[in-house]
Ligand binder design. Structure first.
Ligand SMILES: Nc1ncnc2c1ncn2[C@@H]1O[C@H](COP(=O)(O)OP(=O)(O)OP(=O)(O)O)[C@@H](O)[C@H]1O
Length: 266
């Protein structure tokens, strides 16, 4: 009963703001984009600049933790000035709610491209794509930050341009755990702040892209096989994925991975 009441209360306090409402007299809500684990995200019109921007609000039910994470996200994004990372414009409180305003990235996520648009990435295309992504991640690591949430819904593609979004879980390398975490937030505690975490995620990212061309044969009885058997890809690419996924000794850093990738791409 208590758990049910908690659920009802959280749904009520997390209820998104309506379209048309204006945040701090400047950001008019055009569309609710979604509710993540720690935040509510809106597409807004900045009435001062006439530009579309993204407003992320700390999720009220997460209390201080949600606010701390959003503040940390804004601090980290402010340190990462790169054409493939959304700019953080400002953050502020309004009526005890914390908001962060960032650049709106046009385009489609890789998840949408594969699962909604039916995009297919051949081996070479997938590797070239991963090369671009590695360049962004290398920049982030050079700034002593680890993203920790590199997944196909967090990469947006617009023409030939790619952007990495959602720095909500990003952390500084070697950062001591400063945030008190309750039972619901176990996930964060288990993540290790090390560059290999991002490389591991890129291994999975690459597998998603490569599986976009995979067709299982329905004639035979369904047999569960691993990716190494199922995917028709070169031995070199398989070796790279094994290192990314830490099946074999992992790359020490992004540079080592890029160097090997370049030998595969020639
Ligand atoms: N800067 C941005 N530009 C364009 N779209 C964005 C931007 N930031 C977030 N989005 C989109 O808004 C939606 C909600 O994003 P948000 O990061 O709040 O939650 P999530 O990704 O659904 O969950 P979680 O943060 O728990 O992974 C997603 O569809 C995401 O693609």
């Amino acid at each position: 009963m208590l758990a049910y009441l908690k659920q009802v209360y959280e749904a009520w306090i997390n209820y998104p703001r309506r379209e048309g409402e204006v945040i701090r007299g400047q950001y008019q809500i055009e569309r609710f984009l979604g509710m993540g684990s720690y935040g509510l995200t809106y597409l807004c019109l900045d009435k001062h600049s006439g530009q579309e921007v993204v407003a992320k609000q700390a999720k009220p039910s997460k209390g201080q933790l949600g606010r701390d994470l959003l503040r940390r996200e804004a601090t980290i994004m402010n340190q990462l000035e790169h054409p493939s990372i959304p700019k953080c414009y400002t953050s502020f409180e309004e009526s005890k709610r914390l908001y962060m305003i960032t650049e709106y990235i046009q385009g489609r996520t890789v998840e949408d491209l594969i699962f909604e648009r039916g995009a297919r990435f051949e081996e070479k295309d997938a590797l070239q794509f991963i090369r671009q992504l590695l360049n962004i991640v290398q920049f982030i690591h050079e700034h002593d930050v680890v993203h920790l949430d590199i997944r196909i819904p967090n990469v947006i593609v617009h023409g030939n341009h790619m952007s990495l979004i959602d720095f909500g879980l990003a952390a500084r390398l070697g950062e001591p755990a400063r945030i008190t975490i309750d039972a619901d937030d176990e996930l964060i505690r288990r993540r290790t702040v090390h560059v290999t975490s991002d490389l591991y995620a890129i291994g999975h990212f690459l597998l998603y892209m490569l599986y976009s061309t995979y067709e299982s044969s329905h004639d035979q009885e369904e047999v569960i096989r691993g990716w190494e058997e199922e995917l028709s890809i070169s031995t070199q690419t398989k070796q790279m994925i094994r290192k990314l996924l830490q099946i074999d000794p992992p790359y020490a850093n992004v540079q080592a991975c890029l160097e090997e990738l370049d030998t595969v791409l020639v």
